[in-house]
Design a protein around this ligand. Structure first.
Ligand code: NAD
Ligand code: UGA
Length: 464
């Protein structure tokens, strides 16, 4: 078989960009991205895509309507495809056994059942969502239990390693593509088919094949290692603040060791994003279920440290503002979980803002990409406040950072958007209350210049 038709179930942050790049790089393949959300599909078919990713608009424009299609016709997508990616969300369970830790696989299972129900002929089913180890076994089980005589399946694991804000570049030049398959002739054949798709643009030596279970666990382990680096440097940042060392200098010195390397050592207000926390908790849950409590505790500490960092930063703001922020106005710069994305899932900004709102602060929030509605949703959600009406009266969103800073007692930087470096802080200072404070949760501004201007400056991992 040569793959001619690909279907991707789930038109989200992973399914959309991944399949757009596949369509762009493989003009000989028809790619159909399907989703149950009519709204999302409508946006994929419009000029304003549902997600912001640098470079993505051009790729979609180039292929949409030629060999890239977005629709809600899931059954048609499955029927026509030789290979189906499952790219749906796998959130943390919010109820029942494993609540707050285990991955909820109900959307993955729904896809497997839908595929079993409507598929005809032979299909390669590719698990692209991040899942617990051995999830592919459950998918295979559902598929085989529902198989009709003329239908057969091979299930592969092909986790995605793209990071938001750099998705297109990561997809075009991946560090590696990982494919896990069953160790059998049928498994090898399916792996070769998926490999063939990637070889359209990825050098062969970057495509790694493993067993299905190793592939699934490698994805969880990669995210756990990355998150652990951020928590490690953030733990060191607390020591720096207590001792007078500078975490940037420490990170640079540590990162020069070629065994450690310089990446992912940027101390911050904490990591956010839809996956680090979820995947760590998933790993913790798996370890607990496997009766490995020491392993579970080890990884749990990485998320505990992250929570500590966010809270520590929020408390420091209150302390510096003379132990009260009640009725004080704070301009918040950045609400997305990192720069170059409009995504706010698990953004540290949600937690820091909630803490400040709880203390009675008035927040003027500016983010270049996050929609005001999203900010409102995040700050009034029941997971962060039991008094949404009160919270609603305490914050406003702004499309102009200078307006946001007007009459404010402090500026709080929570996302590392490059544009924040180029603001006219003198102009802002002139419109602010005195003493004027800047709390740089991303260590990205020129602090000596700000101090010279007359700001009282605070940042992570350094005392002034
Ligand atoms: P997302 O929430 O942005 O998108 C998931 C989409 O799946 C939604 O549009 C939803 O409507 C759709 N969906 C859910 N169930 C469906 C069903 N039964 N039929 C049709 N559509 C359905 O999620 P995402 O951020 O793209 O993440 C998807 C998976 O990829 C997750 O497992 C995540 O852990 C993993 N992942 C995410 C990233 C990232 O940067 N966001 C990176 C690597 C891996
Ligand atoms: C992360 C991984 O980097 C991807 O490889 C993975 O595919 C993805 O999760 C996933 O599975 O969802 P992402 O969450 O999009 O990607 O973004 P990262 O660049 O990893 O940043 C995560 C968070 O850590 C952000 O809040 C970022 O600001 C923070 N961070 C990152 C730091 O605070 N310091 C650093 O040095 C690096």
């Amino acid at each position: 078989m040569v793959v001619k038709n690909v279907c991707c179930i789930g038109a989200g942050y992973v399914g959309g960009p991944t399949c757009s790049v596949i369509a762009w790089k493989c003009p000989d393949i028809k790619v159909h991205v399907v989703d149950k959300s009519e709204m999302r599909i409508k946006q994929w078919n419009s000029d304003k895509l549902p997600i912001y990713e640098p470079g993505l608009d051009d790729v979609v424009k180039e292929c949409r309507g030629k060999n890239l299609f977005f629709s809600c016709d899931i059954e048609k997508g499955i029927k026509e495809a030789d290979l189906i990616f499952i790219s749906v969300n796998t959130p943390t369970k919010t109820f029942g056994i494993g609540k707050g830790r285990a991955a909820d696989l109900k959307f993955v299972e729904a896809c497997a059942r839908k595929i079993a129900e409507v598929a005809e002929g032979h299909k390669i089913v590719v698990e692209k969502s991040t899942v617990p180890v051995r999830a592919a076994e459950s998918i295979s089980h559902i598929l085989s239990a529902n198989t009709r005589p003329d239908v057969s399946f091979q299930v592969l694991s092909n986790p995605e390693f793209l990071a938001e804000g750099t998705a297109v570049t990561n997809l075009l030049y991946p560090d590696r593509v990982l494919i896990g398959g069953e160790e059998s002739a049928g498994g090898d054949e399916a792996v070769a088919e998926l490999m063939w798709i990637y070889t359209h643009w990825v050098p062969k030596e970057k495509i790694v094949t493993t067993s299905t279970w190793s592939s699934e666990l490698s994805k969880l382990a990669s995210n756990a290692f990355l998150a652990q680096r951020v928590s490690s440097i953030n733990a060191i940042s607390a020591v720096c603040e207590a001792t007078g060392a500078d975490v940037s200098q420490v990170a640079a010195a540590v990162g020069l060791d070629s065994r450690i390397g310089p990446n992912f050592l940027q101390a911050s207000v904490g990591f956010g994003g839809s996956c680090f926390q979820k995947d760590l908790l998933n790993l913790v849950y798996i370890a607990e279920c496997l009766n490995l409590p020491e392993v579970a505790m080890y990884w749990q500490q990485v998320t505990d440290m992250n929570e500590y960092q966010r809270t520590r930063f929020a408390k420091r703001i209150v302390e510096c503002l003379f132990n009260t922020v009640t009725d004080k106005t704070l301009a918040v710069f950045g609400f997305a979980f990192k720069k170059n994305t409009g995504d706010t899932r698990e953004s540290p900004a949600i937690y820091v803002c909630s803490h400040l709102l709880e203390e009675g602060a008035r927040l003027n929030i500016y983010d270049p990409k996050v929609e005001p509605k999203q900010i409102e949703h995040d700050l009034t959600s029941s997971s962060v406040t039991d008094d949404p009406e009160r919270v609603q009266t305490l914050f406003s969103t702004y499309s102009d950072p200078y307006e946001a800073a007007k009459d404010a007692h402090a500026i709080v930087v929570l996302t590392d958007w490059d544009e924040f470096k180029n603001f006219d802080y003198k102009k802002m200072l002139d419109s602010m209350k005195r003493p004027a404070f800047i709390f740089d949760g991303r260590k990205m501004l020129d602090h000596s210049a700000l101090i010279k201007l007359g700001f009282h400056t605070e940042t992570v991992g350094k005392r002034f």
